[in-house]
Design a protein around this ligand. Structure first.
Ligand code: SAH
Ligand code: SF4
Ligand code: F3S
Length: 434
């Protein structure tokens, strides 16, 4: 079969979105054109996520629906479900032609060609340094705010999590190739660089005998005059080193906003989760951050209904939320994932209790977020303008705390950093004039 067009869909985290950009470049280099229509494309690529049950299910229902329209096309499943379920996927759904794990996207063009020799293609090896050797060649224009993966994989093995199995061990990319990528992105208009990694603050690379950590890397990236803002995500509390904390007081380009997932406010639950810290340790990190820079705000991820979580454990999570006042967060009901340690534990909390806890927690988070947003009303705040909104009277931008701002203006442009007057807000957005 001749492939002239492809459609790609990304599920899951930012790293998948970043990888998908690279896959797009690889396929375009092979002469294929991106098609926004799934039904008419010759090749459909699903870049999958395995973090929770729902994400994996979504993939199978998407493939199922696709079969109904058109069976005569190539289906490639790449990413974390491909890595986790491996050859098993061919049995689950016979219309899948290619299974490719997250470390070997550079092999995709060859696998497409080889379909004529063998109609089922699979590669799920961990050869991570090769991935980056090949992928840095492709430089797709992102946006005003651009992502750069600096680190991939995880050695932490939290008992609930699939990432160490789907993304493999921690690997840090060489600094030189990262700086080159940042240069290329800023030449194409990027003003904000978001450093990505499953454990981004565990970044650790040795260059000619010199150890380079994430603080060194941020300092190096700050030298690029076109870079206005730097962020990094996702951090693990045990890798928040003193020099990284200190950098939040000395580096003006580093935003005062940090995604530092705590997962639970109960030290007992954290222990069962194998998070390697307790609540006191977490609170101390936040205190240190606030002592170097009182303006710092924190966001987090939470899991409710972890096996054995009691009402008292849950209450401790609410207490921690009240104490830290996370200004933006993601929260999920625990999902037992095949192959993880906690999937073997007895989970006796009924689903309705978990749903109730999630709703209480999300209401609390929303309230705090709304209060935080309200504190900006009637003030001027700095916004990086990212693009024109779908309503052409408005521009879309973000504050240093990642709040979404819709700005009514005729005299601003994407890429501008503007001080704007916030006139009103809701829990999700701020609205401004300038
Ligand atoms: N490396 C990051 C998180 C990566 S996964 C960290 O350690 O914080 C993103 C989020 O998905 C996690 O923070 C967690 O809140 C959630 N998550 C991971 N596995 C989950 C599971 N089995 N059930 C529910 N949520 C899960
Ligand atoms: Fe998963 Fe834990 Fe690693 Fe985060 S630190 S990716 S939650 S195993
Ligand atoms: Fe999902 Fe894999 Fe990211 S499991 S959250 S796509 S690392």
């Amino acid at each position: 079969m001749i492939h002239s067009t492809f459609f790609i869909k990304s599920y899951g985290c930012q790293m998948n979105i970043y990888d998908s950009e690279k896959i797009i470049s690889i396929l375009e280099n092979k002469g294929l054109k991106q098609d926004d229509n799934l039904e008419s494309a010759d090749l459909v690529v699903f870049n999958t996520c395995n973090i929770r049950d729902k994400a994996a299910h979504k993939l199978y229902s998407d493939i199922g629906r696709l079969n109904k329209y058109n069976k005569n096309k190539t289906i490639a499943v790449v990413g974390c479900v491909a890595q986790a379920e491996n050859v098993e996927m061919f049995n689950k759904n016979t219309s899948i032609d290619i299974i490719l794990g997250p470390q070997s996207y550079h092999l995709l063009p060859q696998m497409i060609d080889d379909l004529s020799i063998n109609p089922k293609q699979i590669n799920t090896e961990f050869i991570i340094n090769e991935k980056f050797d090949y992928l840095t060649e492709q430089k797709k224009i992102q946006g005003i705010s651009s992502y750069v993966t600096i680190q991939e994989g995880c050695d932490k093995f939290c008992s609930f999590c699939v990432v160490p199995y789907t993304r493999g061990p921690e690997y840090s990319r060489p600094m030189k190739s990262l700086i080159d990528e940042v240069d290329s992105l800023t030449k194409n208009g990027a003003k904000e660089i978001v450093l990505l990694g499953q454990n981004v603050n565990a970044y650790n690379f040795t260059d000619n005998g010199k150890k380079i950590n994430i603080s060194d890397l941020i300092e190096e990236i700050s030298k690029n005059k076109k870079v206005r803002r730097i962020r990094y995500t996702t951090s693990h509390p045990i890798n928040m080193s003193d020099d990284l904390i200190k950098l939040h007081s000395t580096n003006d380009k580093l935003m005062p906003f940090l995604h530092l997932p705590v997962q639970s406010g109960s030290s007992e639950v954290l222990k069962k989760m194998n998070r390697k810290y307790d609540t006191d340790f977490y609170i101390k990190i936040i205190e240190k951050l606030k002592s170097v820079n009182p303006k710092i705000e924190i966001s987090s991820d939470f899991i409710v209904g972890y096996p054995g979580e009691t009402d008292d454990d849950f209450k401790k999570t609410l207490d921690l939320i009240e104490k830290i006042k996370f200004t933006q967060s993601y929260s999920f009901i625990y999902s037992a994932r095949p192959g993880t340690k906690s999937a073997l534990e007895k989970d006796q909390t009924p689903l309705y209790v978990k749903k109730e806890r999630l709703s209480i927690l999300q209401n609390k988070l929303r309230e705090i977020q709304f209060e935080f947003n309200k504190s900006f009303c009637g003030t001027n705040t700095e916004v990086l303008v990212e693009n024109q909104s779908s309503n052409s009277e408005y521009f879309f931008g973000r504050t240093s705390y990642m709040q979404a701002v819709y700005i009514k203006s005729k005299n601003i442009n994407p890429g501008d950093v503007k001080n704007v007057y916030i006139s009103t807000c809701n829990p999700k957005n701020l609205y401004a004039n300038c």
